[in-house]
Every structure is written in structure tokens, then in C-alpha cells.
Ligand binder design. Sequence first.
Ligand code: COA
Length: 211
Amino acid sequence: MDEIRTPRLLLRRFRREDAPSLFRWASDPKVAYPAAWNPHSSVEESRHIIETVFSAPLTWSITLRADSGSIHAGDVVGAIGLSTIDPADRELADPAASSEQSKLALRESERELGYWVARPLWGCGIATEAARAVVSYGFRTQHLTAIWGRHMESNIGSDRVMQHCSMTVIRHASHVWMPIVHEYRDELVRRVTREQYEQSQSEQKQDGAQQ
Ligand SMILES: CC(C)(COP(=O)(O)OP(=O)(O)OC[C@H]1O[C@@H](n2cnc3c(N)ncnc32)[C@H](O)[C@@H]1OP(=O)(O)O)[C@@H](O)C(=O)NCCC(=O)NCCS
């Protein structure tokens, strides 16, 4: 898995030593709740998450390339990843894709985008910058055929981030059970296919050239 550089960010693998800076932000209920996990309760728990959940392929820590206030360059300020998608989502959108063979193929070629950012940095464009870079990496380097995403209907920030990645709403999922936080939620399921992504990129280039 490659590191990804953007103008302000370095997306890299999590390391065990990241546990204290991960805990600093992932213990915040306002970060954890919308992402449907529980706030971390100790540095040890953060270390465990690094060794398990965050050791998955295509999972990056979001770090800043320059100091920002009390946050040092290189410290973890969020996470972003392309995880395997829930086959049930895929089938609901496209029942033709429900055979065992196509499920297996889709496991490799379609992924779900997920992310979070430390609260003091919200609204600075960090998630958009990271998500755009990861979506581009997914299509150009990993040769994915589609990238999915889902967020609570009320999560305006995440809604905007996914729109910036050309991900369109393909389904309203009502009353979805969230096992970790034990509640039902109304969510929007989004997706961008490789063709849609390439089309949006060439439109943006043309708009840029005309300005
Ligand atoms: C959702 C989240 C990742 C957004 O991160 P961020 O770095 O603040 O996002 P950005 O700064 O790139 O913002 C993208 C857009 O959303 C807007 N936005 C961000 N947070 C917003 C909020 N709470 N309310 C309204 N608009 C918001 C920004 O102004 C920006 O607008 P633009 O489209 O005009 O550019 C962050 O709020 C977060 O970590 N939330 C908790 C975890 C979470 O929800 N993860 C996603 C689960 S699906």
C-alpha cells in the first residue's frame, strides 16, 4: 500500500506509536458517533484498534505535513480507508449481481470509502482533500470499478465530502441497524463508478481550461 501525498496531508499506514495521538481524537464522542463506533476509552484500546481494524489493507492515517497550532506535523489527525463493501448493499442496488461468483468478483473490484477527522480541524477541507486523493488512488492505482459510501442523512459534512468525490445517492436506506452503537439510523448510500469518475474529472478539467 502506498503513501499518498496531497498539498497539506500525508496519508500513511498507522503505527503502534500513533496510539496516543489516535486516542486524543478518537475518544471524542462527536467524532465516533456519526461514524457508528464507540469512542476509544484508553490509549491501550487505540493501540488495539491500530493492530486490528487499522491494519486492514487500504487503510491510511491522515497526518498533516506542517504544524498547526498544538498539532505537530506527522501526528495522526484522522483515518481514511477503502474497505470491502457489504454485499447486501450491492445486491439491493443491482439484483443481477447477487450470484456467488459476482459477489466474489465485487469483493475485489468495489470498495467502500470511510473517514473521520479530528474535531479541531473540521471545516478546513481536510476530509475532502484526503477523500479526493484516496478515490483517485482507488481508481487509478487499484483499478477499482466502483467506490461506495454511506452516511447518516443528517451528516451534512460527510454528504458534502462524498459529493466532492462525485458520489451520487443511489439509495435511501431507512431504519438500518448499527450493531456497535445499538441504534437504527436513516442513511444515504452513495456510489461513483470508474466511468462516472473519469467523466467528472474531464468535465472539471474542461471547466478549469475555460476559466
Ligand atoms: C464528516 C467529516 C469527516 C468532515 O470532515 P471535514 O474535514 O470537516 O470536511 P471538509 O472540511 O472537507 O468539509 C466538506 C464540506 O462540508 C462542509 N461541512 C463540514 N462539516 C459540516 C457541518 N457540520 N455542517 C455543515 N457543513 C459542514 C464544509 O463546509 C465543506 O463545505 P463545501 O462543500 O462548501 O466545501 C468530519 O466532520 C468528521 O470526522 N465527522 C465525524 C465522523 C464522520 O462523520 N465520519 C463520516 C461517517 S460517514
